[in-house]
Design a protein around this ligand. Structure first.
Ligand code: DLL
Length: 434
């Protein structure tokens, strides 16, 4: 049975994960040169942008030359809706995904057969790094459909040689039932949805620590280490961070290794990362700025210096030495709240909320105006069973810690148990009511 033979051959690390840094960089350079030429020759948008910048594909001689290339933004994708940035004829596109975003027009991305092949391999690689092993059953609660999460994870689960339970997001009671009945070893979903699932177990009178789950591969939204500890505690499993975005691929652009849990390794044989400051100047490794990614193997939808809006920093590889890691993404530069001159991310509140036992992690932030001033209120549910006085004390502690660590006073308000919206996928934390 040759097919099964080749599957077992893939078990373990991919050859690209074992390269040393110099070998990896040589591969990146070769692929970068291919990508720039491919984009230039097949996408009028890139040809125009490069011509305007006075750069020809042949000018890319070393990796550092990437800074000469123009950046690409989400608006560029919107302006070329639906297929204007595709670099191959339509009959070579095997799949499209799309996202509506919270504002504005949809963006569409596409994949050739080779792109899908690489993507499945990278998700398989990510799962392996997460501690998932061939033969396991993986419950996939990322949404199926136009979102890249469900189908992207699905292909990688199969590629690693696991059984996939293609549950998709939502229908939380059914999630609970399938997790009980099918006894999966691992689960893939957003961190906020894993919390919803843990709650649902408890509401059904079941202990979420008693499930068969050993690993959770969580991503698609910002989350904190405090949230990780809370999820690991409540469900008795190891939770790792998976990073990705549709413009580059989908889930599996990078993944944390279970043995170190120190931020996702970016799979640098397929993406070239940079971190830039607000004036788009390159920052050294270790400094925080906007992550900008260039695809290195994408045929259908090459992206040159795509501005992700994600704020992070680059660090040397650990468990996969050649591949650099990104620091946990605490926010995007478009979900930063500027309140009376102080910058605040919802994850900073999450971090503190998770430390206070009488409060739950169910909270939202409401932005309103009082007089001419912006006002931000944390609305939060208390722990079921917390006495009213303990909950009030927890609330004051929350306000104090936010003031101490973030440097600004927020309004705080307790709301009834179960009144705040529960995550079904990516959770919306901020409600701008101004
Ligand atoms: O969310 C792809 C994905 C699916 C990643 C499943 C991981 C798991 P988009 O809908 O295009 O794609 O959203 C991409 O989500 O730019 C980040 O702002 C955010 N994001 C994704 N992963 C993480 C993470 C998918 N691990 C946008 N931590 C990205 C923080 C994340 N933010």
């Amino acid at each position: 049975m040759p097919a099964i033979q080749s599957l077992t051959d893939q078990v373990g690390l991919h050859a690209e994960e074992r390269l040393d840094r110099a070998e990896l960089e040589a591969l990146q350079l070769e692929r970068l040169r291919w990508t720039v030429r491919h984009a230039y020759e097949n996408v009028p948008f890139y040809r125009r942008k490069l011509d305007e910048a006075g750069v020809a594909p042949g000018d890319v001689r070393e990796l550092g030359d990437v800074v000469k290339l123009p950046v690409t933004t989400k608006d560029d994708l919107r302006d070329h809706y639906p297929f204007g940035l595709f670099a191959v004829p339509r009959d070579q596109v095997r799949r499209v995904h799309a996202s509506s975003g919270t504002t504005g027009r949809m963006t569409v991305v596409g994949y050739t057969e080779n792109d899908l092949e690489h993507w499945a391999n990278l998700v398989a690689r990510s799962l392996y790094a997460s501690g998932v092993r061939p033969g396991w059953t993986v419950h996939n609660a990322y949404g199926y459909g136009l979102f890249t999460g469900g189908l992207g994870a699905h292909a990688g689960i199969e590629r690693l040689g696991c059984t996939v339970v293609p549950m998709s997001g939502g229908q939380t009671e059914k999630q609970v039932q399938l997790i009980r009945d099918f006894e999966p070893d691992a689960i893939m979903c957003t961190p906020s949805y894993l919390l919803t699932i843990a709650d649902a177990f408890e509401e059904a009178g079941l202990d979420p620590r008693d499930t068969s789950l050993k690993v959770a591969i969580c991503g698609a939204e910002p989350w904190t280490d405090s949230m990780r500890r809370q999820l690991e505690d409540r469900l008795d499993l190891t939770a790792v961070d998976i990073y990705g975005l549709s413009e580059i691929l989908g889930p599996g652009v990078g993944n944390e290794c279970a043995e170190t849990q120190d931020g996702p390794h970016l799979w640098e044989d397929h993406v070239l990362p940079e971190v830039l400051d607000e004036n788009l100047r390159p920052l050294p490794d270790g400094a925080t700025g906007e992550l900008v990614l260039t695809t290195l193997t994408k045929e259908a939808f090459p992206m040159i210096r795509y501005r992700t809006r994600d704020l992070t920093s680059l660090h040397p590889g650990t468990a996969r030495p050649a591949h650099r890691r990104i620091a946990r993404i605490t926010g995007r530069n478009d979900d930063m709240i500027i309140l009376r001159g102080v910058n605040l991310f919802p994850t900073q509140v999450e971090e503190i909320v998770c430390e206070i036992p009488d409060l739950t992690s169910h909270f939202v932030l409401e932005l309103t105006t009082r007089g001419r001033m912006d006002h931000l209120t944390v609305k939060i549910e208390a722990r079921d069973g917390a006495a009213p006085r303990e909950a009030e004390e927890g609330l004051l502690l929350l306000q104090q810690r936010i003031k101490d660590r973030v440097g600004t006073t927020l309004g705080v308000e307790l709301v009834g148990t179960g009144t705040l919206p529960r995550s079904q996928g990516k959770l919306k934390r901020l409600y701008d009511l101004r």
